[in-house]
Design a protein around this ligand. Structure first.
Ligand code: FES
Ligand code: FES
Length: 152
């Protein structure tokens, strides 16, 4: 059923009129032009579409837009403050933790959530959190180094 839907995205109220069962990923990318979150598998397996809902890493490809109503949605576009990248974003640059970069926004959102929940996370905790993501370029060692730099 299509209806007006109001979302809180990166601190701003955004409105759309759409099918309430439509994936949140499609609404963010197509209606709001927030293209940092990516379509990878579309089945909740790869993590490319990860955004934060009330601070929790969430696969937006398998989350309906109506499920996100009333929750705080954060995307990679909302992380920088006053022209400065988030420490996790900066660490990905410092460690050159990207090849094609397709998976990176998803990795970053999970790392940001971990940095808030466990600012002194151990390497094992970092590996466990980041293992939920797939990098088709197999850039895992640099990704882990970046997350360790940001959190450690
Ligand atoms: S595109 Fe959502 S988990 Fe792969
Ligand atoms: S850097 Fe290419 S998919 Fe991860």
């Amino acid at each position: 059923m299509s209806r007006d839907i109001s979302l809180l995205v990166n601190g701003e109220k955004r409105l759309t009129h759409t099918d309430e069962d439509r994936p949140l990923l499609d609404v963010l990318r197509e209606d709001f032009q927030l293209t940092g979150c990516k379509f990878g598998c579309g089945e909740g397996e790869c993590g490319a579409c990860t955004v934060l809902l009330d601070g929790q890493p969430t696969r937006s490809c398998i989350t309906s837009v109506s499920e996100a109503e009333g929750l705080e949605i954060e995307t990679v576009e909302g992380l920088a403050r006053d022209g400065a990248l988030h420490p996790v974003q900066q660490a990905f640059i410092d460690r050159q933790a990207m090849q094609c970069g397709y998976c990176v926004p998803g990795h970053i959102m999970t790392a940001v959530a971990l940095s808030r929940a466990k600012p002194n996370a151990t390497r094992d905790e970092i590996v466990a959190a980041m293992s939920e993501h797939i990098c088709r370029c197999c850039n895992y060692s640099r990704i882990l180094a970046a997350v360790e730099q940001a959190i450690g």
